[in-house]
Design a protein around this ligand. Structure first.
Ligand code: HEC
Ligand code: HEC
Ligand code: HEC
Ligand code: HEC
Ligand code: HEC
Length: 227
């Protein structure tokens, strides 16, 4: 009996140990977007770490030079810094977390724009008591956005994600390099969900035609969300 028990325990421990060692924690940068041009010298890095780790601080460096450290709170961190004109390879490092680098370019050329003010107190417009609450947001995004924007999606036939009160599949709440703070543009934005064969055929036929010229992304009075 004891022998059987041991045989059962050994593979379980081995399995647990191997998944443990493979699941290295990861950095995710929420702002700014990689490879973006930023037309100002102030940069606010918003990031999070997923996966098990015991890190307390994130070291932020640019082109190999340490800029400073940011505390990790509930897996989230923010770091505001001034950067000189030119190319910056920003590297994030913390014990037990895979290193991550993003490139940004500071200069006159504009690309990325922050949606929110860079002052930390503005985070609370959308995140209730930000740091303490793990940057959680209200589940009904439409309500959240409506605090500052006119309601969208008020016409009879409401587009799927909007009907689900979901705005962030298409809009980045922190900033974007695209107009209207979109996460991507052209057919890519729509293909993220409409990759079924039937839609794909129509989308390929329209090539890179501006989908939202004919379709309203929020709601419409006509079928197929036509304008
Ligand atoms: C306009 C509203 C808005 C503002 C202002 C805003 N956020 Fe967010 N933030 C969101 C939304 C919405 C999400 C969730 C995104 C999603 O689920 O797609 C989010 C997600 C996050 C997350 C990830 C949380 C998680 O658990 O995954 C972090 C971290 C974060 N925001 C930090 C910040 C910081 C720091 C600021 C201030 C500089 C800020 N946010 C300002 C709307 C906002
Ligand atoms: C605290 C106020 C506030 C909240 C809440 C807010 N926004 Fe904004 N939003 C702004 C301001 C201010 C601008 C103009 C900034 C700019 O254009 O540089 C803006 C601009 C935009 C634009 C571009 C509008 C245009 O006509 O060019 C979009 C799209 C947008 N926000 C989407 C959202 C979404 C989606 C949410 C919810 C996740 C949201 N916003 C929540 C303040 C807010
Ligand atoms: C399926 C993608 C998609 C979703 C989901 C979405 N939007 Fe948009 N939104 C767009 C696109 C594309 C534009 C710009 C094209 C246009 O003018 O219609 C836009 C434009 C906007 C604008 C600028 C003013 C305007 O009407 O053109 C605001 C504000 C906005 N959206 C808010 C929201 C809010 C709030 C939500 C969630 C309730 C939301 N959007 C959900 C794709 C989306
Ligand atoms: C986050 C996912 C998502 C994104 C992104 C998205 N859609 Fe949709 N779309 C849906 C869902 C869900 C439905 C509802 C599906 C249904 O009822 O058959 C829908 C329905 C539609 C329909 C009606 C289809 C029908 O058979 O009546 C059209 C047209 C459409 N979307 C166009 C677009 C366009 C154009 C874009 C890009 C601007 C886009 N969608 C982006 C999720 C998305
Ligand atoms: C010139 C206007 C026009 C443009 C541009 C256009 N569509 Fe459509 N779309 C239509 C019409 C009309 C329908 C109704 C069904 C049909 O005739 O195929 C439709 C139907 C759809 C449908 C639902 C039916 C299906 O095939 O799944 C989706 C999804 C869709 N379009 C997405 C897109 C996307 C994504 C783009 C951008 C690449 C786009 N459309 C560009 C006019 C247009």
């Amino acid at each position: 009996m004891r022998k059987i028990l041991c045989l059962a325990i050994v593979p379980i421990t081995v399995l647990a140990a191997s998944t443990w060692s493979f699941a290295a924690a990861q950095f995710h940068v929420l702002a700014p977007a990689e490879e973006s041009f930023i037309g100002m010298d102030q940069v606010l890095i918003i990031g999070e770490v997923t996966g098990f780790n015991e890190a307390k601080m994130v070291e932020i460096s640019s082109n190999g030079k340490t800029l400073g450290f940011a505390p990790l709170q509930n897996g989230n961190f923010t770091f505001k810094t001034k950067l000189a004109d030119g190319r910056h390879e920003i590297t994030l490092a913390a014990p037990g977390v895979d290193r991550k680098s993003i490139r940004v370019f500071i200069g006159k050329q504009e690309g990325y724009r922050y949606h929110t003010e860079l002052d930390m107190k503005y985070c609370n417009n959308c995140h209730e008591k930000a740091a303490a609450s793990n940057y959680s947001v209200k589940p009904m995004q439409a309500e959240l956005c409506r605090q500052c924007h006119d309601p969208v999606g008020t016409m009879e036939i409401v587009h799927g994600p909007v009907a689900a009160s979901s705005c962030t599949p298409c809009h980045d709440p922190h900033g974007s390099r695209y107009d209207k703070f979109l996460v991507s543009i052209g057919k890519e934005l729509c293909l993220a969900c409409h990759s079924q064969n039937l839609s794909r055929k129509h989308i390929e036929e329209r090539k890179n035609a501006d989908c939202v010229k004919c379709h309203d992304p929020h709601s419409s009075a006509k079928e197929y969300h036509l304008r």
